[in-house]
Design a protein around this ligand. Structure first.
Ligand code: NDP
Length: 218
């Protein structure tokens, strides 16, 4: 049985990814900065809650110790701040902490076991707004952080052996707190490509960027 950690999984796309992985027979840890919310979500889907604030390196250290060995890491936690890019240093710092530094530290802690056992899957939940081909869109630090997460995906995939696959994906516009209720996709639809990447066969891709299970431009 594979053991998966999904960050920011107490609601939204992360919860749908966690549910999909439970249904595929994984043992799933729901990372949540609010443990009560994590426990409530975990109960709904047959997972286990793990207190994890990805913006806090000490919380990451505590969580990885508690989590033990992990075969599949989904860096899903994200925030979409307010205010304009160059006017809001705090939003920039938090965006980079949640969507770049946190994923980096989790990969730092968790990939050595994946390398040693010859199996690992890392999925970075990114966004089309992080694509240079789309102009690093979005009014705030979000697009810059997602572009950096994409760069981290490419560089980590190059650094790791092919047995540990690292891919980024865009869920599309999804009905969650972040996406709003007018969005075109359900959380399950948004989660599909991440679940696919999390369960890739040995011959599957690494170092790619995907939407709807198809490669998209960086
Ligand atoms: P939600 O706002 O519904 O959920 C975000 C999740 O991230 C929540 O569980 C939230 O926890 C968690 N989170 C935020 N900051 C932290 C932190 N410091 N530590 C741990 N968890 C944290 O958003 P979505 O489900 O829509 O977003 C999931 C991912 O999908 C994000 O990376 C987002 O950028 C990406 N995405 C979403 C799109 C959309 O249309 N919805 C489009 C493109 C990409 P809490 O409940 O405590 O706030």
């Amino acid at each position: 049985m594979k053991r998966a950690l999904v960050t920011g999984a107490n609601q939204g796309i992360g919860l749908a990814i966690a549910k999909g992985l439970v249904e595929k027979g994984h043992e799933v840890l729901i990372g949540s900065r609010d443990l009560a919310a994590g426990k409530k979500a975990a109960r709904q889907i047959g997972a286990t809650a793990l207190e994890l604030d990805v913006a806090d390196p000490a919380s990451i250290t505590r969580a990885v110790t508690q989590a033990g060995l992990v075969d599949v890491l989904i860096n899903n936690a994200g925030i979409l701040g307010a205010g304009r890019l160059l006017d809001d240093p705090q939003d920039f710092a938090v965006s980079m902490a949640v969507m770049v530094h946190g994923p980096y530290l989790l990969m730092h802690h968790l990939t050595p076991h994946m390398v040693a056992q010859g199996y690992g899957r890392v999925v970075n939940v990114s966004s089309g707004w992080g694509a240079f081909s789309d102009g690093v869109a979005g009014p705030v630090a979000y697009g810059v952080a997602k572009a950096a997460l994409n760069a981290l995906t490419v560089a980590a995939a190059r650094t790791l052996p092919n047995t540990v696959k690292v891919n980024a994906m865009c869920p599309g516009w999804v009905r969650t707190r972040m996406g709003g209720m007018g969005a075109s996709r359900s959380p399950e639809e948004g989660a599909d490509t991440a679940i696919w990447l999390a369960t890739l066969p040995d011959a599957g891709p690494t170092g790619g960027f995907f939407r709807d299970r198809k490669p998209i431009d960086w």
